[in-house]
Write a protein that binds this ligand. Sequence first.
Ligand code: HEC
Ligand code: HEC
Ligand code: HEC
Ligand code: HEC
Length: 194
Amino acid sequence: MKRFTLFGLIVLSLLLLTSSSQITYDLSAQDAKKPPETIVMAKEAKLGQVTFKHLDHITKNRSVDGTKPIACVECHHTAQPAAEAAKVPPHKMVWPADRTTTLTAELLEKDPNAPAVNICTDCHARADTKPKLLPEIPKLKFEGSTEETVLTNQQAFHRTCGACHDAVVKARPDLSTPPPTSKKCVACHKKSVA
Ligand code: HEC
Ligand code: HEC
Ligand code: HEC
Ligand code: HEC
């Protein structure tokens, strides 16, 4: 608290002393933002919660073919400029709508103007609830389907996580620790913390 006030005073006096806007801040120590290491999700699911090793998914070679880490925007699909998102149909929406940067670990850490990372459920809310950021849960008509699918948390996560895991097992059937495929519900959902 004290340090914060002091910092504020320094910034204020710098602002008063300089007429230009050429002040540079060193945000590395306190404001550095890092991707979380482990995230416990689905706390309200009857099947049990899901422990997701976020950092392992972005630092180890977990792409389908196992040769590279997974890009942030493969999951955080709204964290890039609209023109980039549109290259991967059916994606269109980005957040905020006028963003010019693509989420990377470096951007998050070093760019003080980088938009905050939205959690998926800010848009893909649980069934019958209003998402925080949108008037309603997004819907899509998938290829080969006549009906619109409401992209609830369940749909969004199962499509993102399950689809990759299924593809991984297909591409690399000899993996010693295969990821939980979409049908292995309780390999992801656990009643108690493992
Ligand atoms: C395999 C999918 C996946 C990848 C790849 C991924 N993330 Fe995430 N990330 C998630 C999920 C899921 C959450 C939690 C969302 C939720 O709780 O709804 C999350 C949460 C976060 C959060 C916390 C947001 C908050 O306010 O709680 C940050 C920050 C973040 N990710 C940054 C990154 C960065 C930077 C990268 C790339 C280096 C990245 N993520 C790559 C899936 C991913
Ligand atoms: C700002 C709102 C928003 C956030 C945050 C968001 N989404 Fe989405 N998502 C959408 C919208 C809107 C669509 C429909 C397609 C479009 O317009 O981009 C969509 C479509 C999808 C789809 C279906 C399309 C496909 O590729 O199969 C999946 C899966 C998905 N999102 C997963 C996620 C995951 C996982 C996260 C978090 C890591 C996330 N979304 C974060 C708004 C969001
Ligand atoms: C683009 C591919 C990809 C996506 C997307 C992905 N995973 Fe994985 N995941 C993997 C791979 C590859 C492994 C296994 C790595 C190994 O052990 O060699 C794995 C392993 C796991 C495991 C086993 C424990 C561990 O982490 O070692 C869990 C649980 C898991 N993933 C949950 C999730 C969840 C939840 C999501 C969605 C938020 C997700 N994954 C998205 C590729 C992916
Ligand atoms: C790869 C990991 C994974 C697998 C496999 C998986 N799930 Fe999930 N599931 C999740 C995640 C992650 C969420 C959403 C978490 C959140 O909203 O925080 C979820 C959400 C759900 C929800 C919605 C919970 C709620 O009320 O918000 C249900 C129901 C569900 N899963 C059932 C299943 C069933 C049934 C299966 C097997 C056919 C299955 N899951 C397989 C990861 C998985």
